[in-house]
Write a protein that binds this ligand. Structure first.
Ligand SMILES: [Zn+2]
Length: 129
């Protein structure tokens, strides 16, 4: 995944032209970034379920507020309708604004590949004290 070599339809089509590049769920081109934002109901459900598993695992070392910010900010940037209400900064410290700003510079899709702003670590450390 980190090298963007998942066997998504667009990739398969590139090497095997008899394969379709179309997402079976929504009819758009299925690229690696598409699988993180496909609007089709079952795709969204699968993503939510996978996030639940990941969140449970990350919850052992990452503060729930950090996880919530990462999820909402990432979902909002990737076009999830439910997250379009915007970041939830009003209830927390300024540190999350810095996380959002730096992650925006790095690129939000990079967060999915493990390239996160170091500000997330800083904020997490302060919250876990
Ligand atoms: Zn789709």
């Amino acid at each position: 995944m980190i090298h963007r070599w998942l066997p998504v339809n667009a990739r398969k089509h590139k090497f095997q032209t008899d394969e379709t590049e179309i997402c079976q769920g929504c009819g758009m081109e299925e690229t690696q970034s598409h699988i993180f934002k496909c609007g089709e109901k079952d795709s969204a459900k699968t993503r939510t379920k996978a996030w639940g598993v990941l969140k449970k695992e990350l919850g052992k070392t990452v503060h729930p507020l950090v996880l919530r910010h990462m999820w909402y900010d990432l979902s909002g940037v990737l076009g999830d309708e439910k997250a379009k209400s915007g970041p939830i900064y009003d209830e927390v410290e300024e540190g999350f604004r810095e996380c959002f700003r730096e992650q925006t510079q790095i690129g939000w899709e990079h967060l999915v590949y493990g390239r996160a702003s170091m500000k997330w670590t800083e904020v997490n450390k302060n919250l876990m004290k």
